[in-house]
Design a protein around this ligand. Sequence first.
Ligand SMILES: [Zn+2]
Length: 127
Amino acid sequence: MNRVCVSCKKQMDDWNEHCGRCGFHVELVPDDTIKARYLRGPSLGAVLFTQGWAFGARLYLWFLLSLVPVFGIIVLFICLFFGRRLSWKQGGWASWEDFVRRMKMMDILGGFWIVFWMSIYLYARFI
Ligand SMILES: [Zn+2]
């Protein structure tokens, strides 16, 4: 999944279009462009349900950190903005499809999680 710079042979991350060492511009084939865009996107699920998201995204260290009160907020933002990239890099996914399927599932799960707590709140508040 890691690419190598054509110019200086440095390892490059999937989502970078420029080499970090020599600045060489790498042409992304359309498929890669879609992947790069996806990886740079925010993960909504991380905002709604940070612990569950980090766990589902196989970011176990971040999962543990998210349980620490103050760190939890920091982890929330890191997972929101960098979560997909971290997960893709560290998660050991068998394929891109596996990864995307799990990301979708975790976003949906986050939605359910919020609806669940909202209903409990509304129930306790008004009934
Ligand atoms: Zn380079």
